[in-house]
Write a protein that binds this ligand. Structure first.
Ligand code: OOG
Ligand code: NI
Length: 466
């Protein structure tokens, strides 16, 4: 949004992300410790690894690194999801991708709200992984009724937030005061409420069905359940956490350690056992609930469909050779198997580029610019690269991975929560609830890549590059 008098959506998102981080630091003190550990590690990597720091400087990612984080929430009804989508739209965040978590025994499906243009991502890459409970998968009819009735009674948005969303939609933007108010009002939806909306007995019934169901249904709102900073070296963090009194999950989700990181690697830890008050406890807080956790991630190159297919094949091969879920008892073996299978995945940017496995952003070089007026000018992408007139850097992966997300859900819900659902993946139903289609993330990477090539051709005065 760039109308005079209106605050840009990018700016609202930047400020909201900052406010969310402050709130979460208060709510979950361990998050503050984690942020320090990540900041220390990132500056060490930047000092010691010139290739990484050159890359981050060239792509501009260096400027967004400190503020880079994603959060996660879980909502209960289609109406809540549709309104959350409108709330995020005020901040320039669109639903990207569809993630089905039911194969992993978690009765939700999800999307990620985020900015979609590279310039907006550069201003603030804040993302929120947002899951919708799949009521249709709860077989117990009585329990389904309880869930529905409890959810129907709550309003997870403040009246002011709803009014400001409407104002944004009607006028096409918010002025400075409205934007400030909106941030405060929107924050309320994500706040932790220590009062439950159900009795102790009802909580138990929900919990017995699935811990996640209790977490979605028993509270006044969809509290933010983690906020994840981006590290430049997740192995250093995984090893350094115990010294800070933080015990991470046994294995890092995603691809193995590589010279050229791809996609996303994540690890998490249980953060808090919260004291809660049930409705039949007269305010004396007796119950407890584990909802919030900590997570760290390292991001690498976004993969093309071909690269992603290879990733999925190799990950599946490693996991099926392991023959069971990765856990504490087989962590070492799993790490070995991952490394073994991923040897097949090229580990230089040149190969990833030439084999069409990853997306890249292209930059004209000084030499290329200097040659603009020469009569001989290379004109194909490959020619320009070989002549040193353009360079490329991998596009960072901005999204999530379903297998990893399942592992994160599971490790924080506890091992007793393995369930099997017969329901199938249902993107159509999700989009109906959302009130719009989700954007295909691969298209976004391809668009960014194409725009960077067009810019190169304009700057170098060559015919449009493809
Ligand atoms: C979301 C878990 C998924 C990730 O980073 O993959 C996730 C949740 O627990 O609500 O955040
Ligand atoms: Ni996460």
């Amino acid at each position: 949004m760039n109308t005079p008098g209106f605050v840009k959506s990018d700016e609202i998102r930047t400020q909201f992300s900052r406010a969310m981080s402050e709130m979460y630091k208060d709510e979950v003190p361990l998050y503050g410790t984690l942020i320090e550990l990540v900041a220390e590690t990132n500056s060490k990597v930047l000092e010691s690894n010139k290739a990484v720091s050159d890359y981050l400087n060239r792509t501009g990612e260096i400027e967004r690194l400190d503020m880079e984080r994603h959060g996660a929430i879980r909502v209960g009804t289609p109406e809540e999801l549709a309104t959350i989508a409108r709330l995020f739209a005020v901040m320039g965040m669109q639903p990207v991708g569809y993630y089905d978590l039911t194969p992993a025994g978690v009765p939700v499906h999800s999307t990620a709200f985020r900015a979609i243009h590279e310039d907006s991502l550069q201003a603030s890459p804040f993302r929120v992984f947002t899951s919708l409970l799949r009521l249709d998968l709860i077989e117990d009819k009585e329990l389904r009724k309880l869930v529905q009735a409890t959810l129907d009674q709550r309003q997870i948005f403040t009246q002011n937030a709803l009014a400001l969303i409407e104002k944004f939609e009607t006028n096409g933007g918010l002025d400075a005061k409205d934007a400030r108010d909106f941030i405060q009002e929107a924050l309320e939806t994500f706040r932790w409420h220590h009062d439950a909306t159900v009795t102790a007995k009802e909580y138990q019934r929900l919990h017995d069905q699935h811990r996640l169901i209790a977490d979605v249904v028993a509270f006044k709102g969809p509290h933010i359940n983690h906020l994840t900073p981006r590290t430049l070296d997740i192995d250093i963090i995984q090893d350094g956490m115990p010294q800070k009194g933080i015990i991470p999950k046994a294995v890092i989700e995603g691809p193995p350690r590589r010279k050229c990181p791809i996609l996303l690697r994540q690890t998490s830890f249980k953060a808090l056992q919260e004291v809660i008050a049930f409705t039949d406890q007269n305010g004396s807080a007796k119950g407890s609930h584990t909802a919030r956790f900590g997570e760290i991630e390292q991001r690498g190159a976004a993969l093309t469909p071909k690269g992603r297919a290879l990733y999925d094949t190799l990950l599946n091969a490693a996991r099926s050779e392991l023959g069971e879920f990765p856990s504490e008892s087989n962590a070492e073996k799993y790490t070995e198997l991952l490394a073994k299978h991923f040897r097949e995945f090229p580990d230089s940017y040149a190969e990833l580029h030439d084999k069409g496995l990853a997306y890249f952003r292209y930059f004209p070089t000084q030499e290329g610019i200097a040659c603009r007026s020469n009569s001989y000018r290379p004109s194909s992408r490959q020619d320009l690269i070989e002549q040193g007139h353009i360079q490329y850097e991998p596009l960072v992966y901005e999204d999530f991975l379903p297998v990893s997300a399942a592992g994160i859900f599971q490790s924080n819900l506890g091992d007793d929560s393995q369930a099997h659902y017969v329901g199938s993946s249902n993107q159509e139903e999700f989009e109906k609830a959302l009130g719009q289609k989700v954007t295909n993330e691969l298209k976004l990477y391809a668009d960014t890549q194409r725009r960077s090539l067009l810019e190169c051709s304009t700057i170098l005065a060559v015919p449009p590059l493809v």
